[in-house]
Design a binder for this molecule. Structure first.
Ligand SMILES: [Fe+2]
Length: 206
């Protein structure tokens, strides 16, 4: 399926701190309809990028504010639902209060253009982190679970390094090595390249 990526800039806030971040936003699908993954920071940029394509829904890889903050406003704008794993409910509420979302579950599938998008629950960076596998495209949208150069950050609240390593070893690295990894921040990588370095990541502790 068509996968568009663009970058927006804004603030990530947690534990009373604030950091400037660039987020990768993904739009999956063609003229028949799209899912928006992690719309971040700039609603107008997201709407421009759609170029009029109808929106079927918004899928969030997790509920850190930089990934989820725009979701309620865009969901209302397009008349669609937000899909989020419920184990991130406390993070969602910190940013979006009682705004509604539909709970994601492990192994759930979306269908788009006759192709499947499979959700895998991969806790660690946050309890409700998920990744989205597009098997026909050999692509994994990894959110903040896996980056080019290592696992997502686990130094702040609700994060756990041992849990993210378990998610990588037991779920993410079971995907084919040639799978392209499109993360929530920064450059792409592959499953094979990152799986080959897992012992190094574990040894250094992040
Ligand atoms: Fe995050």
């Amino acid at each position: 399926m068509k996968i568009d990526k663009f970058v927006t800039n804004g603030k990530f806030r947690l534990d009373g701190g604030e950091w400037d971040v660039d987020n990768n936003v993904y739009i999956l699908g063609g003229k028949g309809g799209v899912y928006i993954v992690d719309p971040a920071h700039d609603a107008e940029a997201v709407i421009d990028e759609l170029a009029g394509r109808p929106v079927r829904g918004i899928i969030l890889t997790h509920a850190h504010n930089d990934h989820c903050e725009l979701a309620p406003q865009l969901a209302e704008h397009f008349g669609v639902e937000v899909h989020l794993h419920p184990e991130d409910d406390m993070l969602w509420r910190e940013t979006n209060g009682d705004a509604p979302y539909v709970p994601l579950s492990d192994n759930q599938q979306f269908e788009l253009d006759g192709e499947k998008i499979t959700v895998f629950h991969t806790p660690g960076h946050s309890p409700g982190c998920v990744v989205l596998h597009l098997p026909q495209d050999n692509v994994l949208l990894s959110g903040d679970t896996l980056f080019n150069g290592g696992p997502g950050a686990t130094g702040r609240k609700y994060s756990d390094f041992d849990v993210i390593v378990e998610s990588l070893r037991n779920v993410v690295f079971n995907l084919p090595g040639e799978t392209k990894v499109y993360p929530g921040h920064g450059a792409e990588t592959t499953i094979g390249a990152e799986a080959a370095r897992i012992d190094e990541y574990v040894a250094r502790g992040y």
